[in-house]
Design a protein around this ligand. Structure first.
Ligand code: NIG
Ligand code: FE
Length: 412
């Protein structure tokens, strides 16, 4: 049996607490052990305590001296669009000249331009691009990511993207949780309802029978998929055993939050335009909000979601990067912590809970990851600072010292 003793964390941030997503004041309780340590056996956490306690029982264990640095569970990024080809530098430049996301899409940029490049790429090419980005995530301290398809929009290309994710998770230490997002945009040559039928009757059965995704998502938005179309796709997905996530109320208030509640989706993501009624609807069905301040920032908007009201209403808030080439080209969870605190008035502790244990529950993995507690996977990060609040405070550069997945160093 291989054992590892982590010693001398200035603060071991455990996120220990009830075995469910954290709400209200619980979101602020990050569980700090000063001069903390943990004993790890065979990739799992065995004992968590003070460094003194761990040192006494660490006989024979390999020692990892955290050197008076912060130790945190690996970040769990619950919303990314990881697999795509190309970039959107032209959109970026057009936006700098004042064009909106919607105007850029109409002018030939937007999701569709990434779809064309992704369809033209083969699996090996997509895999090598995704591998490079997966390494970026690890370098920023993220050890699990949800990843959506959605830049294929044909049966074969959507399946290709999901297969790349499956391959990726076997080849690298970053764990990938796959989501099918065939309903990301309507292909130019296809009448909308015909495409909705194709997603529902052709793509979803294949995704389910090949077990290529755990979740199904829909971009419920003006000009993309309306409430009726979203309901149809997600209802079919649910019948096939997929759990639901949704892009809602990002650019316009479409009533998507209410649909997420009606369908008992696991998460409703974005929510920039969601009001009190939408928040109440999410609460009534215990839907977890996934807030994506990186996309608000990168689109040059000021319309951040109402995180404080959501926390006040008792929602188990999650924050994520929304990593994608168009609206949020960042893999950095520390950057998202900074935005959460400066733009959404979350405290550093709330932001940490939202990016670890609450995110883990939103991916149905709250029993395995997201906190440093006995029995969980030893996915943890050593950050080169002494106080966990520094992770949200210093911004724009990485403070990662080393990263471990299942007790093995993957960055150091
Ligand atoms: O979450 N909103 C839809 N999807 C992405 C953007 C994707 C893209 O622009 O390529 C998002 O912001
Ligand atoms: Fe997204």
């Amino acid at each position: 049996m291989r054992s590892l003793a982590v010693l001398h964390a200035s603060q071991l941030i455990t996120l220990a607490g009830p075995r469910r997503p954290r709400v209200g004041d619980e979101i602020s309780a990050v569980g700090i052990i000063r001069d903390g340590g943990m004993l790890i056996r065979d990739g799992k956490i065995d004992i968590v305590g003070s460094s003194d306690e761990i040192e006494k029982i660490a006989r024979g264990a390999e020692i990892v001296d955290a050197g008076v640095r912060v130790v945190l569970p690996g970040f769990v990024d619950a919303h990314t669009h990881l697999v795509f080809a190309g970039n959107r530098l032209d959109d970026f430049e057009r936006r700098a000249r004042g064009k909106t996301y919607e105007q850029i899409a109409e002018a030939g940029g937007g999701i569709w331009s990434t779809v064309e490049k992704t369809c033209a790429a083969n699996e090996a090419d997509l895999l090598s691009r995704a591998k490079k980005r997966a390494h970026w995530f690890l370098k920023c301290g993220t050890t699990t990511v949800e990843a959506k398809s959605g830049y294929g929009l044909t049966v074969n290309d959507e399946l290709k993207i999901l297969r790349v994710m499956r391959q990726l998770t076997q080849e690298i230490p970053l764990e990938i949780v796959p989501t099918f997002l065939g309903a990301h945009a309507i292909p130019r040559d296809t009448p909308p309802n015909e495409y909705v039928d194709r997603v529902t009757n052709e793509m979803l059965p294949r995704v389910a029978s090949e077990k290529l995704a755990e979740f199904c998502d829909v971009f419920c938005e003006r000009g993309y998929f309306d409430i009726e179309q979203s309901r149809k796709i997600l209802t079919a997905a649910k019948k096939l055993g997929l759990k639901l996530r949704m892009h809602v109320d990002q650019l316009s208030k479409s009533g998507g939050a209410k649909l997420a509640a009606e369908l008992k989706a696991t998460t409703a993501d974005h929510l920039e335009k969601t009001d009190e009624q939408g928040i109440a609807a999410l609460k009534s069905a215990e839907v977890q909000p996934v807030l994506l301040p990186g996309s608000v920032y990168a689109l040059g908007s000021k319309s951040f979601p109402r995180a404080r009201e959501m926390i006040g209403a008792g929602l188990a808030v999650v924050i994520a990067t929304d990593f994608n080439p168009g609206s949020s080209p960042t893999v950095s969870m520390p950057m998202i912590l900074s935005l959460a605190c400066t733009q959404m008035r979350m405290s550093p502790a709330e932001a940490i809970t939202a990016s670890t244990i609450n995110a883990a529950y939103s991916l149905s993995r709250g029993d395995k990851i997201g906190s440093l507690e006995p029995g969980k996977l030893a996915n943890f990060v050593v950050f080169d600072c002494e106080d966990y609040r520094e992770l949200a405070y210093w911004f724009g550069f990485p403070q990662t010292h080393s990263v471990y997945v299942r007790g093995e160093p993957v960055i150091r």
